[in-house]
Design a protein. Structure first.
Length: 280
């Protein structure tokens, strides 16, 4: 078993790798995924509620979530060990650009998925890249080595004819552009006027175009800040008031209220569900 108690790491190609842990079941609603993301359960099981209804993922699956998705998750500890652990990998834009450049013809030949199935069986070929990826992360190998193994994971999915939604270039609707901008600094005091200026349009045009997509600036700002906060809580030991500040909230109580409204549990409840895991 690989040591998964490492800090999340951002690579030069924009990808990121990290792990989450729990000793109690965690139910998380409307978890946003700004970038295409792979997840792999290492202990316990994950229930995913998406377009195909409830799907159960164990250690034999890779979970692939496309950019812009918003899904409900339940993380269940293993009944024998009492532990839940999972690795996540965000796929960076530069990694995907290079992959499309190298394998464009094969990607073009993939059939369009009739339904967005997020469960991707982890076959023997995929394991040849997945296990070295974890080992490279564990040993703090250079970014280029981790990116190499990530290319291998994506190639294994491509050769198996799976993961089409992960490879698609982002259509970049305005809401996605706003998310990516806000994600650069969630704690910044963003305003609609500033975002509009950064995206070369008027504030009125920004509001109108976001409304046409069924979204709004404040909604997107909360989504990005709370998603960032979820990651900080799951992968670190920072106090909740510090996490709130890093996410741009003036008080821990306001952060906690928005967090519970979004995900269905408070930051302290999430911490309680994983705290005992730190002793393992």
């Amino acid at each position: 078993m690989h040591d998964l108690r490492l800090s999340a790491r951002r690579l030069a190609d924009g990808s990121a790798i990290g792990a989450v842990h729990a000793v109690q079941a965690q139910t998380l609603r409307r978890v946003p995924f700004v970038r295409p993301t792979l997840m792999r359960v290492q202990a316990g099981a994950k229930r995913v509620f998406g377009p195909l209804g409830e799907q159960h993922a164990g250690t034999q699956h890779l979970i692939g979530v496309p950019a812009g998705a918003e899904i409900d998750l339940i993380n269940d500890p293993d009944p024998r060990s009492g532990r839940y652990a999972a690795v996540f990998v965000e796929l960076g834009s530069e990694l995907l650009r290079q992959f499309r450049q190298l394998h464009g013809a094969q990607l073009a030949s993939l059939p369009s998925p009739t339904q967005p199935d997020v469960l991707l069986p982890a076959d023997a070929v995929l394991e040849l890249s997945w296990q070295p990826l974890l080992a490279a992360w564990q040993t703090q190998a250079p970014d280029a080595v981790l990116s190499h193994h990530l290319h291998g994971v994506l190639l294994a999915l491509l050769l198996a004819g799976r993961g089409q939604l992960l490879f698609q270039p982002a259509a970049a609707p305005l809401a996605e552009q706003v998310r990516l901008l806000l994600q650069l600094d969630p704690a910044h005091g963003w305003s609609g006027d500033e975002v509009a200026q950064r995206l070369n349009r008027s504030a009125a045009t920004l509001r109108r175009q976001l409304a046409a997509e069924g979204s709004g600036f404040r909604e997107l700002l909360d989504e990005v800040r709370l998603g960032y906060g979820l990651g900080l809580l799951q992968m670190g030991e920072r106090p909740i008031n510090e996490v709130a500040a890093l996410c741009g909230y003036e008080s821990a109580s306001k952060f906690a209220a928005r967090f519970r409204e979004r995900f269905g549990l408070t930051p302290s409840a999430l911490r309680d569900s994983q705290r005992a895991a730190a002793g393992h």
